[in-house]
Write a protein that binds this ligand. Structure first.
Ligand code: FES
Length: 84
């Protein structure tokens, strides 16, 4: 695996939007042929609920993720790795 995306699945982040964010990440990886290269991991609450929803990509932590920022973040990390 070249990269790892960790998605907080604690109840706060889940309710704040990580359920939709997880779906979006899965779709993004699939659509861009990246599912074999990126490991997707669910985390328990990491005690940063007030900053959630939280995700980490290759040890870079992102907070307050919504659909728009998530797509930008995914493009930043994986835009060049996409398979045509
Ligand atoms: S639920 Fe995500 S940090 Fe607590």
């Amino acid at each position: 695996m070249a990269s790892t995306i960790k998605v907080c699945m604690g109840s706060s982040c889940f309710a704040r939007g990580n359920i939709q964010n997880l779906q979006l990440i899965q779709n993004y990886l699939k659509e861009n042929g990246l599912d074999a290269e990126v490991e997707l991991v669910g985390l328990r609450c990491c005690d940063k609920c007030s900053q959630g929803p939280n995700i980490t990509i290759d040890n870079v932590e992102y907070n307050n993720i919504d659909k728009g920022t998530l797509l930008d973040i995914l493009e930043k990390h994986f835009g060049t790795a996409k398979k045509e």
